[in-house]
Design a protein. Structure first.
Length: 100
C-alpha cells in the first residue's frame, strides 16, 4: 500500500471525522464550493465544515481558489487522479460487516 492510499484510509475511514470528510470531498467533486455553500448543502455547522476543510487542505487533498472571502475549494490533482480509489475504499468499508 503506497503512502497516498494510507492517507486516504486514515483521513476517510480510520478517524471519527472520516464520514464527514467523505461528504465534503464528494460535494466538492460535484461542484467547487465555498465553506458556507458546503455548510448549507451538507446540513453541517459552518465551523465543522471549516475544520474539515483545514484538515483536507493540510493534507493536500483540496486546494483553495479565489480570494479569502468566499474562497472556493477544488479537489487537488492528486485526489482527482485517484478518485476511483477513494470511492473503492469507501464502498469497501460500507460493505464490511458491521459497517453502517
Amino acid at each position: 500500500m503506497d503512502s497516498f492510499r494510507r492517507l486516504l484510509w486514515w483521513l476517510f475511514l480510520s478517524s471519527a471525522g472520516g464520514p464527514t470528510r467523505v461528504r465534503v470531498v464528494t460535494a466538492i467533486h460535484t461542484e467547487p464550493r465555498n465553506a458556507q455553500q458546503l455548510s448549507v448543502a451538507l446540513g453541517l455547522d459552518y465551523t465543522t465544515v471549516r475544520h474539515h476543510l483545514r484538515v483536507l487542505e493540510q493534507n493536500r487533498l483540496i486546494e483553495p481558489g479565489g480570494g479569502h472571502y468566499g474562497q472556493l475549494y477544488f479537489l487537488a490533482p492528486s485526489l482527482e487522479e485517484r478518485w476511483a480509489e477513494l470511492e473503492a475504499i469507501v464502498a469497501r468499508r460500507a460493505g464490511a460487516p458491521g459497517a453502517r
